[in-house]
Design a protein around this ligand. Sequence first.
Ligand code: MN3
Length: 206
Amino acid sequence: MPLDKVKAPFTLPKLPYADDALSPVVSAKTISFHYGKHHAAYVTKLNELVAGTPYEALSLEEIIVRSAKDKEAPAKPIFNNAAQAWNHTFYWHSMTPAGSTPAGKMKDALDKSFGGLDAFKKAFTAAAVGQFGSGWAWLIKGKDGALKIETTSNADTPIAHGGTPLLVADVWEHAYYLDFQNRRPDHVAAWLDKLANWSFAEKNLD
Ligand code: MN3
């Protein structure tokens, strides 16, 4: 997943599992809309927006970083669609059908920063549930090397602010409404217990 290298025209990356593999927490029907429609639309729109602009020559991550600071007219929609393209690819990899528990360096880092997995889950759930409206709940490694929980609104992403994302949960309603309706806390709890991909998070530590 070399998101620091890919350039326009961008394509929708393949899902790392079958579309029904995350059921029942994330159903095939949710995937069909969330991946097949929402994520696909961000990629298509991004290609339209960058065509013929200086952004066309940049990697996806460069587009995010530069458009976040750019005050000219097309930068905001470019940022929104580029960040959403990036965030969703990262999100699909933040889940694994088999479920997982933190081990090795990842477990040590959670122990050190949060006092263990249970305390992390409690804090992450509170952040994810407390994010008002659409957004994302992240586990990131900060510039000082410590792990932190962060939420971002709408398309915003730690990539634009110098944080290193380790894991992300999408808390836009489109991520859970077909399966959990308004019960975001139940969705987040099931997501952490059944789907969180700790080996992916551990890879992102380095
Ligand atoms: Mn989404």
